[in-house]
Design a protein. Structure first.
Length: 372
């Protein structure tokens, strides 16, 4: 990792200000920092964020670069969120966030999963009435959002641009079947990364080939496997992953090194009833670089994007209830929620709601987080 990190304040200062200099009372970077700190303290709406700046006083405002006695009003915050270029905000936050990946600036061999998945912001919409949807990339291990982009046409179309903004050396991109496309695999490899993709009916030829491999008894000796089970309340979940390199060099799928079969079995402890699901996958990781246990961890790790990002944005930050509709505001606010969550994860917080309450009572913790 680089010894000289770009600070969050420096990253946000690179975002061009869309406002005229005359009459400007608050610098753009300072307003974005204030919103971030307010979110760390659990202040969710534009009105609440404005209240944070007014209630905590000049002492804390000065630490954000605000020299006035009062923070920006709700209308100022609204204008900033609506007028700033969302793509520039996303790029600045992404550049800052990617510094924390273990592989950046080093030649480490550890595998860092990067989950890519989309989410609708259900309460927000464009003037046309079209709902706002965002595609995000999240570090499995850190729980940090590395990049985000608005889905203007489809998730598949946005995947290419999102991945292009990531440093993938030492990273394994994980995605569900929607993104399992040859061009996506080729792009990940071209940027120095690896992939683990789920294969379903949208790739019928590839899926049929994988199924045949695991049905061919003469190939059994090439298969490595791992089993894992855990309990969640009244459920017992068992996973059996099998992997084989037998299709490497025999398929035109870019960089294919192993094909995977994962069987999930869920048993209800009270009734004894079970249900089972069989899913297939492909990866560019060789058996030497990734054991079945590591592959299973990466596969399971993909769903951290639901648990550590989408769910928390909805429940803790009330994203789906937010009705912002003005220009860039829905996407920029989502990016700043991502930033707040990333700061909390980097600070070692696991219970985000409890952390927000604690940071509200002790704002010095929020300032320590943005200065890390």
């Amino acid at each position: 990792m680089n010894s000289q990190k770009l600070s969050l304040k420096e990253a946000l200062a690179e975002i061009p200000d869309f406002r005229q200099a005359s009459g400007r009372r608050y610098e753009l970077g300072a307003v974005l920092l204030l919103i971030s700190v307010a979110l760390l303290c659990g202040y969710r709406s534009q009105a609440a964020i404005a209240e944070w700046g007014q209630n905590y006083g000049a002492r804390w405002l000065r630490r954000l670069g605000i020299k006035r006695q009062r923070g920006p009003s709700q209308s100022t915050i609204q204008r900033v969120l609506a007028g700033v270029t969302a793509a520039r905000v996303e790029a600045a936050i992404g550049r800052w966030a990617q510094q924390f990946l273990p592989g950046v600036g080093s030649s480490g061999t550890d595998l860092e999963g990067v989950a890519v998945d989309g989410k609708k912001v259900r309460g927000a919409s464009r003037a046309s009435g079209q709902s706002v949807a965002l595609l995000s990339a999240l570090s499995h291990g850190l729980g940090v959002v590395l990049q985000q982009a608005e889905i203007e046409t489809s998730e598949q179309a946005e995947f290419e641009d999102l991945i292009a903004g990531l440093v993938l050396k030492g990273c394994v991109v994980t995605a569900d079947a929607l993104h399992t496309r040859a061009e996506n695999a080729a792009q990940v490899l071209a940027q120095g990364g690896d992939y683990l993709f789920v294969v379903k009916d949208n790739q019928p030829t590839l899926r049929a080939g994988i199924e045949l491999v695991f049905q061919t008894t003469t190939l059994a000796e090439t298969i490595q496997e791992v089993r894992h089970s855990d309990q969640h309340g009244r459920r017992i979940e068992e996973r059996h992953l099998q992997a084989t390199p037998v299709m490497a060099g025999c398929s035109d799928w870019p960089g294919l090194q192993q094909v995977l079969r994962l069987q999930r079995t869920v048993t209800d402890k009270a009734s004894g009833q079970t249900r089972s699901q069989l899913v297939y996958g492909v990866t560019s990781l060789t058996p030497k670089r990734a054991s079945p246990a590591q592959l299973l961890a990466l596969w399971r790790g993909h769903w951290t994007i639901e648990n550590k990002l989408h769910w928390v944005r909805d429940v803790t930050y009330g994203e789906d209830a937010c009705t912002m509709r003005t220009r860039s505001a829905p996407q920029v606010m989502a990016a700043l929620r991502n930033l707040a969550l990333s700061l909390l994860r980097l600070a070692g917080e696991s219970n985000i709601a409890a952390a927000c309450r604690r940071y509200a009572a002790q704002p010095a913790l929020a300032f320590a987080a943005i200065n890390r």
